[in-house]
Design a binder for this molecule. Structure first.
Ligand code: ADP
Length: 485
């Protein structure tokens, strides 16, 4: 099925390798499904190591010319790319919903959010300043310059088919790098549409390749090819570890945005209505399929019952359905195994004494639709306390005091996002400092923005994306010692 688009040429069944388009052959290509209907919406080419190598070589050549341009010129092209994304946001949103499933309003919201990284880095690119350090000897002057790292390989997931690409491509291109991207096979069309707009904006030929196909073969070439100086990956911790290992022999710089297991803590002094609103966003955005989604909701005993009741009422109003339909808030899960994971977590928790407060089973719509679910009386021995569910399941844990909840919240190998609701100012500082996470949302369930550094500690990853810190990940520091002065 072809979506109804104002500009149908944005829905292209092809890959872009070193400036050349390779059209998909449905007989040999990868089929892409609409998760809401199971219908095949198109194919993309199944490429591998050879095409990746070609793209890396083209990127190497293109990067030299790109880096030689002024920052103003590069950033002008990025600004045009941003404008094109905004002009075409309705079409890009439709393509995204069709292949990913999230509701159209949320998908269009992702396009605007995704484009904001191009806008932000178009501005930041002109401010990659070096340093002049006072010399250690009278005849010396010490200079520090920042130069683009070179060719970057990027691997991105299906949950944010647009924004996870722009958050990497924006700083890479602004800094003067080239990029070879492998998008998730479930959602390649959004990546391809971004590349089409990049061409129109004036990104030089070969600077940006989008390679669809075998993840293992493409990833192996990206991580072993010595021309690639940085690998930036968003996805599971398991694959992140693999890519880290594979990149070791060529000592590449790594950017890893991996899994999370976010705690969401509601203290006795919280504004409960605000906490419910925050929990809805932090838990149910993208149907629970984000790495910053609240995975464990801890509620202090004095407000536990009131919070549970309010949350159940609010969750009961969320409409599940095909993301193209009006009023839908929760789409389908990406695939069958995602649905099975939610079911396993529920069965495990119920077997160990948890109770269903809302939902709890596959949705009457069938397919990969699942009811928005709340479980009460969840405890730390249940699977949901350890593993990311990545679905519409909110487990409620009861806690007694601050020390106790901090210990439980930090008792995980992950450290990406965390959230808490409280009004006592000293508590806000104490808890924000004690949480072992890269990001803390205080009295808010939505923290991601181009202006702020996104990233995790522990098994959640390496490096930061977005903000002034994000561009530093794409430059090398060069020290020049000037003598004989
Ligand atoms: P998710 O659970 O979000 O699908 P994955 O880590 O499996 O997370 O996938 C994220 C991205 O990593 C996707 O683009 C996927 O195709 C890619 N990927 C999966 N396996 C490998 C691999 N062995 N090497 C490189 N990339 C991989």
């Amino acid at each position: 099925m072809t979506p109804t688009l104002k500009d149908p040429s944005l829905f292209r069944h092809a890959a872009l390798v070193g400036g050349e388009w390779i059209e998909a052959d449905p007989a040999t290509g990868i089929a892409v499904n609409n998760p809401a209907t199971g219908e095949i919406i198109g194919h993309v080419p199944k490429l591998g190591a050879a095409e990746t190598k070609t793209a890396i070589e083209a990127a190497r050549v293109a990067q030299k010319g790109w880096a030689a341009r002024t920052a103003k010129e590069r950033c002008g092209i990025l600004r045009k790319w941003f404008d094109l994304m905004i002009e075409n946001k309705d079409d890009l949103g439709r393509i995204l919903t069709l292949e990913q499933g999230k509701p159209l309003a949320e998908a269009t919201g992702e396009i605007v959010y995704g484009a904001s990284f191009i806008d932000w880095f178009a501005e930041e690119g002109r401010r990659i300043y070096g340093d002049l350090i006072p010399g250690h000897q009278p005849d010396k002057r010490l200079m520090v310059m920042k130069q683009p790292i070179g060719v970057v390989a990027a691997i991105t997931p299906w949950n944010f088919p647009n924004a996870m690409i722009t958050r990497k491509a924006g700083p890479a291109f602004a800094a003067g790098c080239a990029m070879v991207l492998k998008p998730a096979s479930q959602t390649p069309f959004s990546a391809i549409a971004i590349a089409i707009l990049g061409e129109r904006a004036g990104l030089p030929k070969g600077l940006f390749s989008v390679i669809t196909g075998s993840a293992a073969a493409i990833g192996a070439e990206m991580t072993s090819n010595p021309t690639v100086r940085k690998v930036t990956f968003t996805g599971s911790t398991e694959i992140g570890i693999e890519l880290y290992k594979q990149s070791a022999p060529t000592i590449k710089k790594l950017g890893l945005e991996l899994g999370g297991n976010a705690p969401f803590i509601v203290f006795d002094d919280a504004d409960l209505d605000a906490a419910v609103e925050g929990a809805l966003i932090a838990k149910f955005r993208n149907n629970g399929q984000t790495c910053v989604c609240a995975n464990r909701i801890y509620v202090q005993e004095g407000v536990y019952d009131a919070f549970a009741e309010k949350l159940a009422t609010a969750v009961g109003k969320l409409k599940t359905g095909n993301g193209m339909d009006e009023g839908v808030i929760l789409g389908p899960l990406i695939d069958k195994s995602a649905l099975e994971k939610v079911q396993e977590h529920i069965a495990d928790a119920l077997g160990k004494g948890a109770k269903v407060l809302q939902g709890g089973k596959a949705h009457a719509l069938g397919g990969t639709f699942f009811e928005a679910t709340i479980l009460g009386d969840v405890t730390k021995d249940m699977a949901v306390a350890r593993e990311e569910t990545f679905g519409p399941l909110a487990p409620l844990f009861r806690f007694k005091n601050e020390a106790d909840v901090i210990e439980q919240a930090n008792d995980t190998e992950f450290g990406l996002a965390s959230y808490f609701y409280a009004r006592d100012l000293s508590r806000v500082f104490r808890v924000a400092e004690a949480l072992e996470y890269g990001m803390v949302g205080v009295n808010t369930g939505l923290i991601s923005t181009a202006e702020a550094p996104f990233g995790g500690v522990k098994l959640s990853g390496l490096g930061r994306e977005g903000s002034k810190y994000g561009i530093e990940e794409f430059v090398e520091v060069k020290y020049v010692c000037l003598g004989g002065i």
